[in-house]
Design a protein. Structure first.
Length: 242
């Protein structure tokens, strides 16, 4: 069976993910991410007939889900490959400041390609020859995920591989909407800030031009009142005096 799901997260904040089939991967991995220790580590959690492999380094978690027949050595080879490419593409400083799902649009396609390549075992001979350069997988512990769940906490992974393509498109649309929503509200915030600054500058300029905060010389407070017109002489009074 293939690699079912991959997620890269900064702590518990998901930066990019991809699923090769339908399942409640996002829900389950959020629970798992909260259980991963804070220090750098490499570990495999087992759950039913699935394995959760992860590598944590510099606060970034690289995690994939496979079935229990998939080779653990190949899983960690895959995670190391993904980690190297992700760090090369973004660097730690950008990763630490990234928004949730901020790398999904650019990096999910690479995840999909690498998941397929490792799942099908294509072009892995050269990688297999340098396995001795990697940490021995036997040194990486395997723990039952049920042992780290809190009392009353339920964790169940549901997978439907028959809906492979449909799930991938749904996952992509959902994460794309999340990214679009975050970017939309960020643009709105910046636009309002710029508009506020422009209005403040215009107000200050008008205050200087109109003699103060109340705009006295422009609104009418500083203008001289017009004198009342002189009434015309009464013609009736003029004739009666003669």
């Amino acid at each position: 069976m293939p690699i079912l799901y991959t997620v890269i997260a900064r702590g518990t904040t998901v930066l990019v993910n991809h699923a090769s089939c339908a399942g409640n991967f996002a829900e389950v991995t959020q629970q798992v991410l909260h259980k991963i220790p804070a220090d750098d580590s490499r570990l495999t959690y087992s759950h039913s007939s699935f394995l959760f492999h992860y590598v944590k380094e510099d606060g970034v978690v690289y995690l994939c889900i496979t079935d229990d027949d998939f080779e653990r050595s190949k899983s960690f080879m895959y995670l190391n490959e993904v980690k190297a490419r992700f760090l090369h593409a973004y660097g730690l400083s950008r990763i630490r400041d990234a928004l949730p799902y901020g790398m999904n649009a650019d990096f999910a396609g690479l995840l999909a390609a690498e998941m397929k390549r490792y799942s099908e075992g294509r072009n892995l001979d050269a990688i297999s020859r340098v396995q001795d350069q990697l940490q021995d997988v036997k040194d990486i512990m395997v723990k039952n995920i049920d042992n780290i769940t809190s009392r009353g906490e339920h964790l169940e992974l549901l997978v439907n591989q028959a809906e492979n393509l449909h799930a991938a498109s749904v996952s992509f649309r959902k994460t794309s909407r999340n990214v679009a929503s975050v970017m939309y509200w960020r643009n709105i915030k910046y636009s309002l800030m710029i508009a506020g600054i422009c209005l403040l500058v215009i107000y200050i300029i008008i205050c200087f031009s109109c003699g103060g905060l109340l705009w006295q010389s422009c609104v009418g407070g500083g203008s001289n009142p017009k004198p009342d017109p002189t009434p015309a002489p009464n013609s009736t009074q003029f004739f009666s005096s003669n």
